[in-house]
Design a protein around this ligand. Structure first.
Ligand code: G1P
Length: 292
């Protein structure tokens, strides 16, 4: 690693969203607590960050989201019950979900003003160093986690890195879209970024999925609180202002991507993760056959 490149030690998880696409399930329960196989979405992405070497985890939360912090707490009654019943495997799963002291930080986003605003709410906790952002809706299934893959790219080029994938042109209005300067098939050098363009106006069909490594200068642009697409403060617009001043790359990551913010993506992720679960995978395969 180039010694001028500062390591990425902190990750921001914007988790203040309302989860309206999952109502009524999310009336009281945060959507990030919905399970994919045996653990909630938020735990999947925290584990991905941990495997990538992240040391500090910053949740941008909102009202009715306390359960997310509680999930990573030490649970003494639960642990002593599992110990007394010799449930070792279960005990290990519970302990693996605990966050060591001094690693989890929270800040609040009081109003839903957009992803850019949510990230800005973490600026004091991030400080003046590069950081990752992980949107828990996006799950990537691969032996090397998506963020770890991105950190490899970051260690090579420095600057900013986003995870990207090709989408059908009809869907560009759902994503941040890249204007490509050069492309080696895996890594893309970016010259422009547009949030949710109409298909006819999209500069490419390469879209950002919810993983970012950014330099702290992005906060200077976010703090202008300018609104963009959908009248929200957009992260993409603030990132676009870094272009030309800092390196900016997209990584076509390896692995299957699931948009767990949609019901279909959520169900697909549950099928994929449970099929490879050694305890229930065969049973799930049989159920799928019976129903097809
Ligand atoms: C956000 C970003 C968008 C990105 C997407 C990935 O949009 O604004 O640029 O492509 O996440 O999931 P949202 O899904 O919050 O509308």
């Amino acid at each position: 690693m180039n010694k001028n490149i500062k390591p990425v030690r902190k990750a921001v998880f914007p988790v203040a969203g309302l989860g309206t696409r999952f109502l009524p399930a999310t009336k009281e329960m945060p959507k990030e607590m919905l399970p994919i196989n045996d653990r909630p979405l938020i735990q999947h992405v925290v584990e991905e960050a941990r495997a990538a070497g992240i040391e500090e985890f910053i949740f941008v939360t909102g009202r009715h989201k306390n359960m997310l912090e509680e999930h990573f707490d030490f649970q003494p009654e639960l642990e002593s019950t599992l110990i007394s019943r010799n449930k070792d495997a279960m005990l290990k799963k519970v302990r693996d979900s605990e966050m060591p002291a001094g690693k989890l930080f929270t800040t609040r986003q009081p109003k839903p003003l957009g992803l850019g605003h949510a990230v800005w709410c973490a600026h004091k906790l991030v400080g003046n160093e590069p950081f990752a952002i992980i949107l828990p809706d996006d799950l990537v299934d691969y032996k090397e986690g998506c963020l770890a893959q991105m950190i490899n790219t970051y260690n090579e080029y420095g600057g900013n890195v986003v995870a990207v994938k090709d989408v059908p042109r009809a869907e560009t209005s759902k994503y941040g879209i890249l204007d490509i300067e050069s492309d080696n098939g895996t890594e893309v050098s970016i010259r422009g970024l547009v949030e949710k363009p109409d298909p006819a106006d999209a500069p490419s069909t390469l879209s950002i999925i919810g993983r970012y490594i950014l330099q702290p200068e992005v906060f200077e642009h976010l703090s202008a609180f300018e609104t963009g697409a959908g009248d929200e403060i957009q992260l993409t617009d603030a990132m676009a202002k870094l272009l030309g001043r800092q390196a900016f790359h997209g990584l076509r990551f390896k692995g299957n991507h699931f948009d767990c913010g949609s019901r279909l993506g959520f169900i697909a992720a549950n099928i994929a993760y449970s099929l490879k679960d050694p305890e229930i995978g065969d049973g799930v395969g049989k159920i799928l056959k019976d129903y097809s």
